[in-house]
Design a protein around this ligand. Structure first.
Ligand SMILES: Nc1ncnc2c1ncn2[C@@H]1O[C@H](COP(=O)(O)OP(=O)(O)OP(=O)(O)O)[C@@H](O)[C@H]1O
Length: 665
């Protein structure tokens, strides 16, 4: 609970668009843009105008209709179109135009009511099933499966049998069938939305379930639901017309398009024009509904989701914030910073509450610099690296802080913006190269694909040349020939070089290398580290080398940040960290590294284990394992002030070491 409160306090509502109280006004703006796009589609405009005209006719029927639609004049039966009766008269001498206008009322009312009932019933159930998941979802979906297995017509008859005959019962039956489809659609949409960061953020912030469902998720699902509704309106209208045609709808004399069509077919021989007005009204209205739905779908496709817009706006706002790092570091230094992380926290919702696994991490990595992010397993190194690319796995989320790559904010950026950033400004390589490469495509195909992703203008031979250049850059001999090889034809070290080459395709300024040498033997490790160090110098890249091996840090890095239980506990140059550690944890880690002095016997180990992230001690997180702990260490959180998170750093004189540097290959 404490962890949860702690996390909630840290949630910065400005980081999460969904929680932004100002997010509301985006919706009318999006609606305006969608409308603007629809107005540029002539077919959609014509369809919209037609539907609008029908709706106006339905509402104003008593004013617009020249005659009473029920008034009969048998002397003038079956007249063709003329001055008194613009669309002629039917077999009872009733004015066809007036009946058509009043018929629009029935058609519009039936379609609107049917769809409205279906939406009101189906969408909340679908949302609820997806959001709650678990047995709620299973029970609701099984019930739906049972209902779905009954043919629609049988189900409709069953409902009519219960409710009694008549148009209203029939349309309620149709509503229920539509509602089942809406339930499936909204569940599928909600399942997609539920996994997104903004929903986690909304949950974490303590918003009520109703608020999350209807204020956060529903607006982002509106597009497909509206499009589906226009299609169902047409279908409902057709069903109403068919029921009336068969005499199962309204009273036979009442003006409905289906009823008019039915009567007209009996008198078609005497008055061939008679079926045309209701027939055309039905066909054109259904067509207009569908065209409107198509146009709306196209217009929404150009827009993305409402959340996408909120995210873009948020990203703009974040990128207009002054960069803390730039403000804190002198001009020329600040310009050289390629990756700046400030107060980053990452959390995961778990059964026991929200667990913060990366807590208030701040780092700067300059161009041409390699920073070693070192720590025991589970200390939060990978999660920090992933957050830098906006790749925190679901259901984790960034709960606070900022990550800037080349000055561009990552936290709160939309997927589209992140996709531009990833591979371009920042790239990442992982531990096992063979998992990162597709086994069924040649290296050349994978490399050229990566190059094309970033440079669409290069022709085929330029792409090929660039692929060769990249392979040569990472030290692969006979590069042109090797482009035709598959990953299994490469050794582990060579495959890791290929992975690095692919990561370089977009000329990133920041490369996150997550344990890139762990899966390799010692000699190959050295070679891959040499490649990274060489690229960092030649290309001026900022490299973050994630590792649990201090030897690797000594070999390749300029600076190091030591992580423990989600926090950076010490930071400095490699020389400072190794020779004069200021945190007992760093010192204990160093004691476990082989030294140039050699020595006999077993290397010392650190007693105890890293505490679970949901049961951290108050005060210094390392205190329970620390040989230098005092009561003061347990009193409260300790800040990373002068490069160390040890409250006793001034009193302690901790032993360092001279690491064994592996031979350059
Ligand atoms: N999908 C997840 N759900 C819940 N917790 C997770 C998830 N992924 C990671 N964690 C937790 O986040 C914490 C940090 O994990 P992270 O992978 O960043 O550690 P690490 O220092 O990189 O460890 P390693 O060296 O083993 O990769 C760990 O406590 C881990 O249990």
């Amino acid at each position: 609970m404490e962890a949860r409160n702690h996390m909630m306090n840290k949630v910065d509502s400005s980081v999460f668009p969904a929680l932004d109280p100002e997010a509301g006004p985006e919706v009318p703006r999006i609606a305006r843009r969608v409308l603007h796009r629809m107005l540029r589609q002539p077919a959609t405009v014509a369809a919209g105008a037609f539907v609008a005209a029908i709706m106006i006719a339905a509402v104003l029927a008593p004013v617009l209709a020249p005659y009473d639609p029920l008034s009969q004049d048998l002397r003038r039966a079956l007249e063709g179109p003329g001055g008194d009766h613009w669309l002629g008269t039917d077999y009872l001498g009733r004015d066809v135009l007036s009946r058509l206008i009043f018929g629009a009322r029935v058609a519009i009312q039936a379609s609107l009511q049917t769809v409205a009932i279906a939406l009101i019933v189906g969408v909340p159930l679908g949302l609820f099933a997806a959001y709650r998941s678990g047995w709620w979802d299973r029970v609701l979906m099984r019930l739906l499966d049972v209902a779905d297995s009954i043919p629609g017509l049988v189900l409709a008859f069953a409902i009519i049998a219960v409710l009694g005959p008549g148009l209203t019962s029939a349309m309620i039956a149709v509503s229920i069938i539509f509602a089942m489809n809406y339930m499936r659609l909204s569940r599928a949409l909600a399942l997609g939305e539920r996994e997104k960061l903004y929903i986690d953020a909304a949950r974490v912030s303590g918003l009520t379930e109703r608020n999350v469902l209807f204020r956060q998720m529903l607006p982002n699902m509106a597009g497909p639901l509206i499009v589906q509704s226009t299609i169902y309106m047409g279908t409902a209208l057709l069903i109403e017309a068919a029921l009336s045609f068969l005499g199962l709808g309204l009273d036979i004399g009442a003006p409905s398009w289906g009823g008019m069509l039915s009567g007209a077919t009996q008198w078609q021989n005497q008055q061939p024009f008679l079926p045309w007005p209701p027939g055309l009204a039905i066909t054109l209205t259904v067509l207009a509904y569908n065209l409107l739905g198509d146009g709306l779908r196209d217009a929404l496709a150009g827009e993305g989701s409402i959340r996408g817009i909120r995210e873009r706006r948020q990203a703009r706002r974040l990128s207009s914030r002054p960069a803390a790092s730039a403000a804190e570091i002198d001009g020329p230094q600040a310009e050289r910073i390629a990756l700046s992380i400030r107060g980053l926290s990452v959390a995961f919702p778990t059964d026991t509450g929200i667990v913060t696994v990366v807590d208030d991490v701040s780092l700067d990595v300059r161009r041409g610099e390699m920073l070693g992010l070192v720590g025991e397993s589970g200390s939060g190194k990978t999660m920090t690296g992933r957050a830098a690319l906006g790749l925190v796995p679901i259901p984790g989320l960034v709960t606070a802080g900022s990550v800037r790559v080349d000055g561009q904010e990552v936290v709160g950026s939309s997927e589209a913006e992140l996709n531009n950033l990833r591979g371009g400004s920042i790239s990442m390589i992982f531990q096992d190269p063979l998992v990162a490469l597709s086994p069924v495509h040649t290296i050349g195909r994978q490399l050229t694909q990566a190059i094309r992703n970033h440079d669409h203008d290069l022709n085929a031979s330029a792409v090929q040349d660039r692929a060769v250049e990249l392979l040569e850059m990472v030290g692969i001999a006979e590069a042109r020939t090797r482009l035709r090889d598959y990953p299994h034809q490469f050794s582990g070290g060579m495959a890791q070089r290929v992975v690095i080459a692919i990561a370089l395709a977009g000329q990133p300024s920041v490369l996150i290398a997550d344990e890139p040498t762990t899966a390799l033997d010692v000699t190959t490790q050295r070679q891959v580290l040499d490649v990274l160090a060489d690229l960092k110098d030649r290309l001026g890249m900022a490299v973050v080398l994630i590792t649990h091996d201090l030897g690797v840090v000594a070999d390749a890095c300029d600076r190091a940040a030591v992580m423990y239980a989600g926090q950076i506990i010490e930071e400095g140059t490699v020389d400072e960290i190794f020779k004069e550690p200021r945190h007992p944890y760093t010192s204990a880690l160093l004691a476990a590294v082989p030294t140039s002095a050699g020595g006999s016997g077993r290397l010392p180990t650190i007693p105890g284990r890293v505490p679970p992230m949901d049961a951290l001690p108050t005060g210094c997180r390392f205190a329970p394992r620390c040989l230098h702990r005092r009561d003061v260490c347990k009193m409260g959180p300790i800040e990373l002030t002068t490069g160390s998170r040890c409250i006793r750093e001034d009193e302690l004189s901790l032993p360092g070491t001279t690491p064994v540097l592996r031979k350059k290959s």
